[in-house]
Design a binder for this molecule. Structure first.
Ligand code: SF4
Length: 194
């Protein structure tokens, strides 16, 4: 992951964003100020708080040197000796966890294993608005999706321009960077894509 020895870590939470919408990841993280801040803040915490004991209930810092990911497990539950990461989301639950949330949780599991030797077979996403949690089983497919998300993020970091609008309109409702994105314009082709 390093460039001449320096490791550039990506915020684990951005795995969620890039799976949700690669264009959002670009506008929010690659072009946004968040980029520098994330590095600063998360890097700081890595050094300050890297060696919290396993089993701590909340705010557990985890990372993967292999993938260059770094972030926080909101909560780690122990169920009959089995570790289960729990991620909190503001929205409403559907029948299953949203794919972007499931992949983010799988990224946490991967980092838990690599940085702390804790193996989790499943975890939960808690949806605040509906007070419901959804189980996520960490399948090989989900772990592959994590790897793919990291590859995409690194490609986008090198890209001189944002990717096209790839997501259905339903995803754009309530998107925080909608004003900068102008998805309707791009969907109509007004903005002049080749
Ligand atoms: S408005 Fe839609 S296409 Fe644009 S960044 Fe947000 S989710 Fe992606």
């Amino acid at each position: 992951m390093g460039h001449g020895g320096a490791v550039e870590y990506l915020p684990l939470s951005k795995v969620n964003t890039v799976v949700y919408c690669p264009r959002r990841f670009y506008l929010e993280y690659v072009l946004g100020e968040a980029h520098a801040n994330h590095h600063l803040i998360e890097g700081h915490y890595l050094h300050e708080r890297a060696y919290t004991e396993p089993g701590e209930e909340s705010g557990l810092w985890v990372w993967s040197d292999r993938l260059g990911l770094l972030g926080v497990v909101d909560r780690l539950e122990w169920r009959r000796g089995e570790a289960c990461p729990v991620e909190y989301k503001l929205g409403r639950a559907k029948e299953e966890a949203y794919l972007s949330d499931a992949v983010q949780l799988a990224a946490q599991a991967l980092c838990l294993r690599e940085s702390r030797g804790i193996k989790a077979r499943r975890g939960f996403v808690y949806y605040h608005k509906s007070h419901t949690r959804r189980e996520v089983v960490f399948t090989p497919e989900l772990f592959r999706a994590v790897e793919a998300a990291v590859v995409r993020m690194r490609a986008l970091l090198q890209s001189p321009r944002p990717p096209r609008v790839e997501v259905p309109p339903s995803k754009c409702e309530g998107c925080s960077v909608r004003g900068a994105c102008q998805p309707e314009l791009w969907r109509k082709g007004v903005a002049g894509w080749a």
